[in-house]
Design a protein around this ligand. Structure first.
Ligand code: NAP
Length: 336
């Protein structure tokens, strides 16, 4: 089969399209004929191997353990392992291709990928393969951090970086749970944010949301361009702050540890600052639970995945260049 192969960490220009063996399907696995796979900043991290610390967090120390990048996809079931009960040949599915909380390549940029059945869900009929492929990895990180669910009803939520892959889902999921959402991003994305349901929009090139008068119940911060002390100013005393973080494709300059030290400092502070603590008594959702929630929202039209552009597998370098260098309106997708 055709697959993108990454021999070493470094430039995306070193990725090669090659013929490789089809994967062998494990007992609990589903062999999926991939139709579309998602491109996002985490894929850049794994191809560049930066920050270096991620190589100790599952990716592989001197070279990637899994030579094929890509962490989420949508496609058609080709065959199933002996213990698979939830899917059969011909089903249209979507999901992540890496299990557990490892930071590693998932092998989605190829024609066939073998995936544990627990990571997959049936693709809703009302969306395309490209749209379905854009959701699982971003959706997982959003639902891990928006665990309050229906408790968000009527709450004031601010999503900083709401025009990106993670932020656009956070905005729509918070709206689906009944929150009033203020969405922050650049001038050219504001119409898109309104069309996704934002109640208010803030153009970060003209206005600093930390200087506003509104007090929020939740700040969901993707770029993390303001220190927590500034965000705290516009948080209610019993509000909550969530940082996702963004390395701007190496632009942060933190090659070794990235933003990990900042995360650790917030975790330490969280022992004393309630606004940094997760929602009380609500456990982290499992991947099957996450996929079920995402599927329900997609099917009900509460999440509309926005696709910026699609590139065939043999244009992987152009796809990376576009994601890193241009202003996107939605996700970049690789098609097979
Ligand atoms: N996407 C995924 O599937 C996924 C999954 C797991 C983890 N992550 C991690 O989550 C982070 C975000 O990923 P993403 O896919 O959402 O990135 P993204 O698509 O690049 O989105 C980031 C958004 O933040 C905006 N932004 C930049 N500077 C800003 C500022 N000063 N104020 C407000 N908004 C600003 C960007 O707008 P401009 O274009 O105008 O700069 C963009 O719309 C990354 O660190 C990634 O590694 C992503």
């Amino acid at each position: 089969m055709k697959a993108i192969v990454q021999e070493k960490y470094g430039s995306f220009d070193d990725l090669e399209l090659r013929q490789v063996e089809e994967p062998v399907v494990g007992d609990d696995e589903v062999l999926v004929r991939v139709r579309a796979a998602s491109m996002h900043p985490d894929v850049w991290h794994l191809v560049s191997g930066r920050p270096y610390i991620l190589r100790l967090m599952g990716a592989g120390f001197s070279r990637p353990k899994n030579p094929t990048p890509g962490t989420d996809m949508a496609g058609v079931v080709d065959s199933v392992g002996a213990k698979v009960t939830r899917f059969r040949q011909g089903d249209q599915v979507f999901g992540e291709t890496v299990d557990a909380y490892t930071w590693s390549n998932g092998g989605a940029y190829c024609e066939y990928v073998s995936v544990p059945q627990g990571l997959l869900a049936l693709k809703p009929h009302n969306i395309t393969f490209e749209q379905a492929a854009s959701v699982p990895t971003s959706g997982f990180i959003v639902l891990q951090n928006l665990r309050e669910g229906c408790q968000l009803k009527g709450q004031k939520v601010l999503v900083n970086g709401a025009g990106g892959g993670v932020g656009s889902l956070a905005l729509q999921i918070a709206k689906a749970y009944g929150a009033q959402v203020t969405a922050v991003d650049s001038t050219g994305k504001l119409d898109m944010l309104r069309s996704l349901g934002a109640d208010q929009v803030i153009d970060y090139t003209r206005q600093d949301f930390t200087q506003g008068d509104i007090r929020y119940d939740l700040i969901f911060d993707v770029p993390g361009n303001h220190p927590f002390s500034a965000c705290k100013r516009v948080l209610k005393p019993d509000g909550r702050y969530v940082l996702i973080g963004h390395e701007h494709f190496g632009g942060s300059g933190k090659r070794v540890f990235g933003i990990v030290p900042y995360f650790l400092s917030l975790m330490l502070k969280a022992r004393f600052v309630k606004q940094l603590q997760g929602p009380r008594g609500i456990p982290l959702p499992s991947r099957p639970e996450t996929m079920a929630v995402l599927r329900t929202f997609l099917e009900a039209g509460k999440i509309t995945p926005i696709i910026d552009s699609c590139y065939p597998l043999d244009e992987i370098h152009e796809a990376f260049r576009h994601m890193i260098g241009d202003e996107l309106r939605g996700k970049v997708i690789i098609t097979m």
